[in-house]
Design a protein around this ligand. Sequence first.
Ligand SMILES: [Zn+2]
Length: 267
Amino acid sequence: MKKALSLLIGTVLATSCATSPTGRSQITLFPDSQMNQMGTAAFTSMQKSQKVDSNANNNRYVQCIVDAIIPELNKVAPKMASTRWETKVFVEDSPNAFALPGGKIGVHTGMFKVATNADQLASVIGHEIGHVWARHGNERVSQGFLAQTGMQLAAVAAGEPTAQKQQLLGLLGMGAQIGVLLPFSRKHESEADEIGLTLMAKAGFDPRQSVALWVNMSKVGGQKPPEFLSTHPATQTRINDLNAKMNSAMQMYQQARAQGKRPNCRL
Ligand SMILES: [Zn+2]
């Protein structure tokens, strides 16, 4: 058992010590290819279970914002450049949006009522892309996996039979489902906010509108959607954190505008 455990620790350390875009160390146990497959599969099934919006204006609007942000992502994250991003609008009243590993972005039509201009929607989309770039899904599945099944991982690492590995894959699938359904942790939200602020500013969207978005979001009563359900961080904390980074974001924004980046995305 000791041997298996030390092997486990060795394996985890060897394969999974990663650093997030903001310099936070993270444990990501699963290969990106596997996470991308899970994200793609989840996205496909969502398109079957939810109504995809065929409104051309809505789709053009969201795509325009995604198209402005992705080149900025690829500049700061060359590893992401091979991702073929796909965007869908879903006819759903809840003001939600998400992005999945594999480069799948979903925006609910209800988001248009809360993110009331392109700059605000760019801050939503930048935030979601931030979750993907920072591999938050992988980190979350890995954390759950380590918490629940460290012993099984030890067995797999020690080369136990295939049944164990199948169980592992089953958990992974479950993790993917939970990944879609549950909100991210506070540190993931803060990190996605920070990345989103940078990406939107570099793309020429007004970063100050990220604060306006969260003010609007705080006024949404009743049932909040999963991704934005999070009462963490509290809206005011979020706004304070964004404002603390606003000077540097404004510099990026002004530089982008000077370079002629003036995305003209309209609903
Ligand atoms: Zn988020």
